[in-house]
Design a protein around this ligand. Structure first.
Ligand code: UT7
Length: 329
C-alpha cells in the first residue's frame, strides 16, 4: 500500500461580493443578526459562471501549485451538490476545460461532507496503486438552488471552489479516514430533485414540472446545528483513535465552515485551543463541499501549514453525512 500526500492546493471565488447589508434589502434580516449568529460578513456568488467553471479554475491553480501537468492526472472527482446538470458530470466538464484527457472522471454527492468523501475515495485509488495522481475538487454554485426569499437559508451560503492534487508518495500523508451517514435525517437539509415529468404521473406534480418549478434548498437549522455539535467531536475522536494520536498532537483542525459557533463549541467541548481551528466563514459564508479545500489553500498560501504538521479535516451536512481525515502535511 502506497502513502498518499496532498501536493498542491488551489481556490477560486467568483467576483460578485454580497454583503449582509445587501441581503437586508432582500429579506427581513440585519448585519448584526447574521454576524452574531454565524460569523458571516460577506459571501460571493457566481453571476455568469457555473460549478464546472469555478471547479476548473481552482483545479488549474492546484495543478500549478503542485507543479504537475494535465497529462499526469489519472482521476478527477468533483464533490458537489450543485452540478452543472444531471449529465454529463461536472468532473467531465472540468476534464475538458483542463485538457486532462486520460483521467477517469465522476461527481460525488455528499453535500457539505462532499470533499471529505471525495478525498477518501480518491485516496483509496492511489493507495491501491490503480492511479498515481488525482484532482479532488469541492465546488458549488449554491446561489442557483437558493430560495432568496427565505432568510433562514439565503444569508448563510456562498459559491466557490477549492481543489487539491494528491499523489502517491514515500512520505506519510493521509493517515486515518472515518465516514458516516444517517438517512433518517434526510429531511433536515434538502434540495428536492426534479418532479417526474411524464404525463402518466400525478397531475399536480406534472403541473409543477411544466410550470418550471425548480428545486430550492431548505434547512432545519437548529436540528442541523445540534447534529453538528454532537457529530464533529465524535469524528475527531474516531480519526485520533485510528491513528493512535492524542488531540494535543494535532496542529490544525479544519472544520467545514458552517457557523463560527459550531467551531467555538467544539473547541470548548474538546478542550482544544481555538487558535488551532481555522475560520474564514466571515469572508465566504458556507460554501458546502468547497469550504475545506478553500481553507486549506488559504492556509498554505499564508504559510500557516508547515511540513510535518498534523491536520484533521471534518465535514458534516446534508444526508445526513459526516466524515474526518487525519493527515500529515
Ligand atoms: O452546511 C451544512 C451544515 N449546516 C449547518 O451546520 C448549519 C447549522 N445551523 C446553524 O448554523 C444555525 O441553526 C442557524 C444559523 C441556521 C440559525 O441560528 P439559530 O440560532 O439556530 O437561529 P434560529 O433558527 O433558532 O432562529 C432564531 C430566530 C427566529 O426567530 P424567532 O422565532 O425566535 O422569533 C428566526 O425566525 O431568528 C430568526 N431568524 C432570523 N432573523 C434575522 C432566522 N434567520 C434570520 C435572519 N435574520 N437571517
Amino acid at each position: 500500500m502506497s502513502e498518499v500526500c496532498i501536493i498542491g492546493t488551489g481556490r477560486y471565488i467568483p467576483e460578485e461580493q454580497v454583503t449582509n447589508e445587501d441581503l437586508s434589502s432582500l429579506v427581513d434580516t440585519t448585519d448584526e443578526w447574521i454576524r452574531t449568529r454565524t460569523g458571516i460578513q460577506t459571501r460571493y456568488i457566481a453571476t455568469n459562471e457555473n460549478t464546472s467553471h469555478l471547479a476548473a479554475k481552482a483545479a488549474k491553480k492546484a495543478m500549478i501549485n503542485a507543479g504537475i501537468s494535465e497529462k499526469e492526472i489519472d482521476l478527477i472527482i468533483v464533490a458537489t451538490m450543485t452540478p452543472d446538470g444531471a449529465m454529463p458530470s461536472t468532473a467531465c466538464l472540468v476534464q475538458h476545460y483542463l485538457g486532462a484527457h486520460q483521467a477517469a472522471c465522476f461527481d460525488l454527492s455528499a453535500a457539505c461532507s462532499g470533499f471529505i468523501y471525495a478525498l477518501s475515495v480518491a485516496t483509496q485509488f492511489l493507495k491501491t496503486s490503480l492511479y498515481n495522481c488525482a484532482l479532488v475538487i469541492g465546488a458549488e454554485t449554491i446561489s442557483k438552488v437558493m430560495n432568496w426569499q427565505d432568510r433562514s437559508t439565503c444569508v448563510l451560503f456562498g459559491d466557490g471552489a477549492g481543489a487539491v492534487v494528491i499523489q502517491q508518495s514515500q512520505e506519510k500523508g493521509i493517515e486515518s479516514i472515518y465516514l458516516g451517514s444517517d438517512g433518517r435525517g434526510h429531511d433536515l437539509l434538502q434540495c428536492e430533485g426534479w418532479p417526474l415529468q411524464n404525463p402518466m404521473h400525478r397531475r399536480e406534480l406534472f403541473k409543477k414540472a411544466t410550470e418550471g418549478v425548480f428545486p430550492k434548498m431548505t434547512m432545519k437549522g437548529k436540528e442541523v446545528f445540534q447534529f453538528a455539535l454532537k457529530r464533529v467531536p465524535y469524528c475527531i475522536q474516531k480519526v485520533l483513535e485510528e491513528g493512535d494520536y492524542g488531540v494535543e498532537e494535532m496542529d490544525h483542525i479544519i472544520l467545514h465552515q458552517a457557523n463560527d459557533r459550531i467551531l467555538e463549541s467544539v473547541a470548548k467541548k474538546m478542550k482544544i485551543p481555538q487558535e488551532k481551528f481555522y475560520s474564514n466563514i466571515h469572508r465566504y459564508g458556507n460554501t458546502s463541499a468547497a469550504s475545506i479545500p478553500i481553507a486549506l489553500d488559504e492556509m498554505r498560501e499564508q504559510n500557516i501549514l508547515q511540513k510535518g504538521e498534523k491536520l484533521i479535516l471534518v465535514g458534516f451536512g446534508g444526508g445526513l453525512t459526516w466524515g474526518a481525515i487525519l493527515l500529515t502535511w
